[in-house]
Design a protein around this ligand. Sequence first.
Ligand code: ACO
Length: 364
Amino acid sequence: MTTPPGRPADRPAAVIGGIGASLPPRVVTNQQVIEHGALDTSTDWITSRTGIHRRRLAGPDVGTGDLATAAARAAIDSAGPAGPRPDLLLLATTTPDRPCPATAPEVAHRLGLGPVPAFDLAAVCSGFLYALTTAAALLRSGTCQAPLVVAAEKYSAIIDPLDRDTAPLFGDAAAAVLLRRGDAAEPGALLETDWGSDGAGSDLIAIAGGGARLPATVGLRREEQYFRMRGRPVYAHAVRRMAASATAVLGATGWQPGDVRAFIGHQANQRILDAVADRLGIPPRHRFGNIREVGNTAGASVPLALADAAARGVRPPGAPTLLTAFGGGLTWASATLLWPDAPVRTAPPEPRPHTLDHKEVGTP
Ligand code: ACO
């Protein structure tokens, strides 16, 4: 479903005014992943089939909220002292720090944002673009003025190190953008979005246990405790859905594929990214990503790749940009925007204080 098109002048635009990212410092190579799980695979297989060479993994003392807080604070810093104060926090994650409550309110508290609305959104690897679409709609409606969109994942907490189908693929990270009201012609303006889902494929990417259907208390089998993915059918869905969604959002924007100067897709697999871009007809010189260095960071993948490319200054502000993602659910989403003009800030994860300041609870 593509959001209703509207001429830029018809409505306020959501503009990216700040970009932040956070990566755990520990670099883990493919060889280390293989040795850790005694996996029946090879570094050659992993690099040639996925494009992944290494990833960053967080230690046991770092949670998703710690990554999210660091990336979100970096996005606020990126917007500078004249930037807006966030008045809503949306956290895209499928690795929340606990099933209940959501991680977002604690992140907002740690950022000192006061009593702003804060909630988690779970759309797996499409999470950031789902959250961006939601935040932009809330901004355009006047519900908020400066939503902070954070995507943070600690997949190392849900991946089975003994599973060769998934252990080599994932990494931990967070990235965030701070939106503000602006003009659809200025750098960073979000133009159109497209999103969708197909729950018929909900078993293709899943953690079977730990929820209401199969609670953790029943004593789960190993394959029910961890994230599992049926790679081959997911691959086919990913290529088809991202290409279709990207085509839809380009059409809504009034762009041809040849107009796109920056294409960033979900960093799941370099072959999938190439297949989608080839189908669309976007040449390699306009494709950007960092899968080689960070692997698949799920919901954080698209904003992390955007932050990486923006920090390297690969495109001038205002360049026509296409983002697309696909993930569990099944879900997919795409967006067109003008390349942002915000200095990217990065920060290491912020370890959670041992005890939050409960004295503040309930005080105005
Ligand atoms: N090492 C060696 N062999 C392997 C490995 C491995 N790590 N993994 C699978 N194989 C084997 C398979 O068993 C299979 O063997 P067979 O031919 O004897 O049956 C063979 O390699 C080919 O298997 P495929 O699954 O077809 O391998 P493929 O080339 O598709 O690569 C991969 C697997 C990397 C998982 C790929 O399918 C993929 O990237 N899938 C999609 C990932 C994705 O887009 N995810 C979406 C978002 S993720 C999220 O939402 C959290």
